[in-house]
Design a binder for this molecule. Structure first.
Ligand SMILES: *Cc1c(COP(=O)(O)O)cnc(C)c1O
Length: 456
């Protein structure tokens, strides 16, 4: 059959509160054109993030009831640890309350002032946590992959050439680790090939620098490897995942992504010394190493979710439904990042709103317009998120101006998606009348969460 159906039945529902365009016009002004400030009751379709917004399965809810809340030696922790060791293969596993807690602990342990951390593309929290240590995050993507309209199967790949160049020209004591983000979220949810992972690992070994994977969307990345890298087409997703992580020395993970839970994360390493330091930091701010700021029930739900995320029927539905949305937009000449990735559609706002300059935030202007038109909430991944003001007071911008429509896992149905398509087409037809925005208030780190803007 051509029609891909949701491979689940709905057992519990949450009502959506409807509102009107007039309501939303007032709401967006009251919230200073910042969608992070809008309350969820005022949103019809929430595509702000796929992080922690998925629907848990009946098995995960059963796991919640089975959670062992003992302070030490909890069964839930042992189960969590066994599942993660089986899938990812690392020696030391610490639960954390979410991905950025893993990042803060790892970078506090490994980085010092003036260090450099390469990545294919740093996610916003990763970048901010590296900067917070006084270190410098650098993104190493091939130039041709930065063109949103170019089609390559693995646009998330790190540029091995740029990595070699960086390592061969830098004092190596200043590079404490190499990171690789799969899939490349800020780079459009694009996958990284097994070949690239193996090449990056080879270079890392040559220069004796540990390789850590930002593992948030490991299952989606493995699905793309199965689809697009011939050698792996008959491998199970789990076997591909095991192979991916065999190349790394550790990983950070936000379980709010491919573990399909509402909160949680973990941090893994094979290094004894790093593990000890991580553990001490965890105890200081997160909790005992057997729960790390989570409840026993959360650990159960994560362990179950990790295996559900690798289910081939689930992955097929997930990736195909995102492709469906992308193809409908392309049929209507709407510029999106191609090819469609694993967890989101990215509209190229600099092509959609050609008349708005970078310093007037075309991505944010478009995101706000989609909210007004249809109550759809999505996020800007452009100069509001990645731009800023440098030490010399000069404004800098992001390479791309994207609007991300992130799909929560197992949450919306095909008719929700058809509605989203209709709204975007409507806005595209009257794009010439959309005006840009300017910032009236901002913070130093992660400014997109709190910035206040107004129409120019
Ligand atoms: C979400 C995310 C993180 C951070 O995880 P949180 O759970 O939100 O703290 C890090 N890296 C990537 C690629 C992510 O998508």
């Amino acid at each position: 059959m051509k029609t891909i159906i949701e491979p689940f039945k709905i057992k519990s529902v949450e009502p959506i509160k409807m509102n009107s365009i007039d309501d939303r016009k007032k709401i967006i002004i009251n919230n200073n054109y910042n969608l992070f400030q809008v309350r969820s009751n005022d949103v019809i379709i929430d595509l702000l993030t796929d992080s922690g917004t998925g629907a848990m399965s009946s098995k995960q809810w059963a796991g919640i009831m089975n959670g062992d809340e003992s302070y030490a030696g909890s069964n839930s922790y042992l189960y969590f640890k066994d599942v993660i060791q089986d899938i990812f293969g690392f020696k030391y596993i610490l639960p954390t309350h979410q991905g950025r807690a893993s990042e803060r602990i790892l970078f506090s342990t490994l980085c010092k002032e003036g260090d450099i951390v390469p990545n294919n593309t740093h996610f916003d929290t990763t970048k901010a946590n590296i900067l917070f240590q006084g270190s410098k995050p650098v993104d190493l993507i091939d130039e041709e992959y930065k063109n949103t309209q170019s089609i390559f199967p693995f646009k998330g790949n790190m540029s091995v050439k740029k990595l070699e160049k960086l390592l061969s020209t830098t004092d190596l004591t200043k590079i404490p680790l190499i990171m690789l983000t799969i899939t490349n979220n800020s780079g459009g949810g694009q996958p990284v090939s097994m070949q690239n992972i193996s090449q990056v690992s080879k270079v890392a070994k040559k220069y004796k620098i540990p390789l850590y994977i930002d593992a948030c969307r490991f299952a989606e990345n493995a699905y793309f490897i199965k689809q697009r890298e011939d050698k792996y087409k008959n491998w199970t997703i789990k076997k591909i995942v095991q192979k991916i992580f065999s190349y790394a020395d550790g990983c950070t993970m936000s379980a709010k992504k491919d573990a399909i839970v509402n909160i949680g994360g973990f941090l893994c390493t094979n290094n004894d010394e790093v593990a000890e330091k991580n553990k001490n930091l965890l105890i200081l701010t997160e909790g005992f190493p057997t729960y790390g700021g989570l409840a026993g029930r959360d650990l159960e739900a994560i362990a179950i979710g990790l295996n559900e995320a690798m289910d081939i029927d689930y992955l097929n539905y997930r990736v195909k439904s995102i492709e469906y949305l992308g193809n409908k937009l392309l049929e209507n000449n709407i510029p999106i990042l191609q090819p469609t990735g694993g967890h989101a559609i990215y509209i190229d706002a600099s092509l959609f709103l050609k008349h708005i300059n970078k310093n007037r935030f075309p991505g944010q202007a478009l995101a706000c317009e989609l909210y007004i038109a249809g109550g759809i909430r999505c996020s800007e991944i452009g100069s509001l998120m990645f731009g800023g003001i440098d030490e010399n007071g000069k404004e800098y911008f992001s390479d791309n101006e994207l609007v991300r429509l992130a799909m929560p896992r197992r949450t919306y149905t095909q008719s929700h998606i058809d509605y989203v398509i209709e709204v975007i087409i409507d806005v595209y037809k009257r794009r010439k009348n959309i005006r840009g925005l300017k910032i009236i208030e901002q913070s130093k780190y992660l400014r997109h969460f709190t910035a206040k803007l107004k129409k120019v």
